[in-house]
Ligand binder design. Structure first.
Ligand SMILES: Cc1cc2nc3c(=O)[nH]c(=O)nc-3n(C[C@H](O)[C@H](O)[C@H](O)COP(=O)(O)OP(=O)(O)OC[C@H]3O[C@@H](n4cnc5c(N)ncnc54)[C@H](O)[C@@H]3O)c2cc1C
Length: 422
């Protein structure tokens, strides 16, 4: 009896020893496998860092339907005529060359019991750790009269690529003196200054090509990111052109009619020529299918971006409900590096560093007139918490604004190399 008990205790002690040691494991298929769903700012970065840093010890599969990723960041500059579409497109060849198994397909489901991801093209991919970075989808019924069937008549242009090109084509086809309308989204949403940078770029284009045209923004919010900076810039460069209708003035009570091309704000109907509807957002649908969302977003632990619903699933970028960071490409890239370090540590026993995050959001208001807002963050038990921040000031010199714009150019080159490899 005593011997048996000792043997049992011995086994237990050995097991505890194993638990205390780095958790190196693979679910019965050779080396540990990481599957990443979504090859954007979060997913491409995480896949590249795990493959690069694990030096072949971890298998990495990236599931991404598109062969060319068009960044949303700088897509407003394409609308304003500062960038070509080709400059925003990036292929996955560099990731494949650095050892990531790139599968061009949609992930259609996650079986958390068998730890597999189902593919639209058939079959499934097994994982030990799954990273979801699917970006955003739109909340159905968020804007009365609009759904995905209306997106060609009234584009959102809030996912990169064809929607951005469509919006620009519509802008260029606007008759002289007509109206461009934007329906802005409620918080929280992808890229807080994005709608207002876009309005600046639309105004820049119209000022040169269609100077009597007007812009209306219907906004469900009472205030918006970098508001003082944008309002100063609009007054200086686009006086009389932009009419922002915030929630106090009915900007949240909006309906659209894509057949009639009308926008109704608080019951007042206006004919519009372009209607850029950016609806309320939620985590990309695969996060819901995986069962890791609570409401519209996927709650995560701040120290490693693991899901609060499943310790073997991690959620990055826009889809994650993480705390204080804005939903930006910079944030997604920063979160991906923390996650990659933690996942590699969990799978191979490599050193895991304390989580630190940072973000900067640049916006272009007019030629060489760049502004920025940013912060650093740390992980707490509760959330990713802001440590300190900075923001451009109103009334800055033209020289400083030019430097800020040049900084953003450098950032774009840097982040895309960080995501896809040089
Ligand atoms: C107009 C605009 C301007 C912006 N400007 C800036 C900026 O200046 N700076 C900045 O930092 N951020 C900016 N952003 C925000 C930035 O684009 C996003 O925050 C960032 O892309 C989020 O990264 P992500 O990895 O969460 O999602 P994404 O980069 O969108 O990547 C998601 C990927 O997942 C894929 N995917 C989705 N579902 C599935 C599935 N089921 N199976 C497989 N793949 C799937 C998609 O195809 C996509 O490639 C801007 C956004 C917009 C719209």
């Amino acid at each position: 009896m005593t011997l048996k008990r000792r043997a049992f205790l011995g086994t237990g002690a050995a097991a505890m020893g194993t638990l205390a040691a780095p958790a190196v494991f693979a679910a019965g298929h050779g080396k540990p496998q990481v599957v990443v769903v979504g090859g954007g700012a979060g997913g491409a970065t995480a896949a590249r860092y795990i493959a690069k840093d694990s030096k072949g010890e971890v298998g990495v599969t990236l599931i991404e339907p598109t062969r060319q990723y068009y960044t949303c960041f700088f897509s407003n500059l394409y609308i304003g005529g500062f960038k070509e579409m080709g400059q925003l497109g990036h292929s996955y060849g560099g990731l494949a060359a650095s050892g990531v198994n790139v599968v061009h397909d949609w992930a259609t489901g996650v079986d958390r019991d068998s730890k597999t991801v189902a593919l639209a093209g058939g079959g499934s991919v097994p994982y030990d750790k799954l990273i979801l970075s699917p970006g955003i989808d739109f909340v159905e019924g968020a804007v009365e009269g609009w759904d995905l069937s209306a997106q060609n008549a009234m584009p959102h242009a809030y996912k990169g690529g064809s929607q951005t090109e469509l919006l620009k084509a519509q802008l260029m086809a606007m008759p002289q003196g007509c109206t461009y309308a934007m329906v802005a989204p409620p918080n929280p949403y992808r890229c807080p200054p994005g709608p207002y940078e876009r309005v600046s770029m639309v105004a820049h284009y119209l000022k040169a090509n269609n100077p009597t045209a007007k812009i209306i923004i219907a906004d469900p919010k009472a205030k918006f990111s970098k508001q003082a900076l944008f309002e100063e810039g609009w007054a200086d460069h686009y006086a009389g052109m932009i009419d922002w209708v915030g929630d106090d003035f009915g900007g949240g009570n909006v309906a659209v009619d894509a057949d009639a091309m009308t926008l109704s704000i608080d019951g007042e109907v206006t004919n519009v020529d372009v209607c850029n509807v950016i609806p309320a957002m939620k985590a990309g649908h695969i996060a819901t299918l995986a069962g890791v969302t609570d409401g519209n977003w996927a709650p995560v632990n701040a120290h490693d971006m693991s899901s609060k619903a499943d310790a073997d699933i991690y959620v990055l970028g826009d889809a994650a409900q993480q705390g204080d960071m804005p939903k930006s490409g910079y944030s997604a890239n920063s979160q991906a590096k923390v996650c990659a370090n933690a996942v590699r540590g969990a799978l191979t026993g490599s050193k895991v560093f304390p989580a630190k995050f940072s973000n900067t959001c640049w916006s272009l208001i007019d030629t060489n007139n760049g502004v920025k807002v940013g912060a650093t963050y740390e992980a707490t038990e509760e959330k990713i918490a802001k440590v300190d921040g900075f923001i451009s000031a109103t009334g800055e010199t033209a020289e400083l604004r030019k430097t800020t714009y040049e900084e953003s150019e450098g950032w774009y080159t840097g982040i895309t190399a960080d995501m896809f490899g040089a």
